[in-house]
Ligand binder design. Structure first.
Ligand SMILES: C[S@@+](CC[C@H](N)C(=O)[O-])C[C@H]1O[C@@H](n2cnc3c(N)ncnc32)[C@H](O)[C@@H]1O
Length: 247
């Protein structure tokens, strides 16, 4: 059955991306300059970033369209004696009476939005960004040497006590639309038998840095700064974060 960030995908995500830490977390925390700030994390997933913010007493809420990811966030919160304010919501349809001082979407998640939902999603955030508030966004960058995988290829395997999740992938790149279209197959194996299968379409919109800067400007964002976070996801890694605001 085709799902989006379903149960097996969420278990895999939890197994290696459970809680943000180190330079990545420090970078986002550095924008919390006042303990009374209100923070919003659209596409918050399993609370990887949201929960460490809560642990520091920061007022943060989040939303996501995957019930399994939200469930993982709430259950993890319980173990930490926290009750995260998270709910099911699509970014492109988000509205609120509240205003937020900081809105952030870490880990390239904004690239999950198809081109036709980009302006609407940026407008949703613009409408709730407080005066002098900041928006922090990450995207997946265009890069050379994208490897297509026309056939199902095993890309990951994770053991959980008496069961294993095996992940297969197919990848196609549409350069004209800058769309990296992956298909993922998650198989839960118990006693040598596949007892559950989950299929997921995983399209990613890739951007050039300047292209995304222009997208933000064209959608009314100003004071755009691009930060390079060195070693952000660990030694030898880096990522870019777009900081912007509305005046
Ligand atoms: C890769 S996860 C990353 C979660 C989180 N940003 C982090 O840093 O770990 C991406 C999340 O975006 C969510 N998502 C994708 N499209 C969405 C949309 N249109 N509205 C809200 N959430 C969405 C998915 O359900 C998934 O949980």
């Amino acid at each position: 059955m085709t799902e989006y960030y379903g149960e097996l995908c969420t278990r895999m995500y939890e197994s290696d991306k459970s809680i943000a830490a180190g330079k990545e977390l420090d970078f986002y925390l550095s924008f919390v300059t006042d303990q009374n700030m209100r923070v919003l994390e659209p596409m918050c997933g399993n609370g990887r970033m949201l929960l460490p913010f809560m642990q520091r007493g920061i007022t943060i809420e989040g939303f996501d369209l995957s019930e399994d990811m939200l469930h993982a966030c709430i259950e993890k919160g319980k173990k930490l004696q926290l009750a995260p304010n998270v709910y099911k919501q699509r970014l492109e349809a988000f509205t609120s009476e509240k205003q937020y001082d900081l809105i952030m979407i870490p880990f390239g998640s904004f690239s999950l939005l198809p081109t036709e939902l980009v302006s609407q999603s940026l407008a949703s955030m613009k409408a709730v960004l407080a005066h002098k508030g900041k928006l922090l966004l990450t995207i997946m960058l265009k890069h050379d040497g994208i490897q297509e995988m026309p056939e199902w290829t095993k890309v990951n395997e994770q053991q959980f006590q008496d069961e294993t999740i095996v992940v297969h992938k197919k990848v196609r790149y549409d350069a004209k639309q800058s769309l990296l279209a992956s298909h993922l197959k998650y198989e839960l194996v118990r006693g040598g038998e596949v007892v559950q299968t989950e299929l997921m379409d995983f399209p990613l919109r890739l951007y050039a840095l300047e292209e995304f800067q222009q997208t933000l400007a064209a959608n009314g964002f100003e004071h755009i700064v691009v930060h390079e976070v060195k070693e952000g996801y660990g030694a030898g890694t880096y990522f870019y974060v777009f900081e912007c605001a509305v005046s």
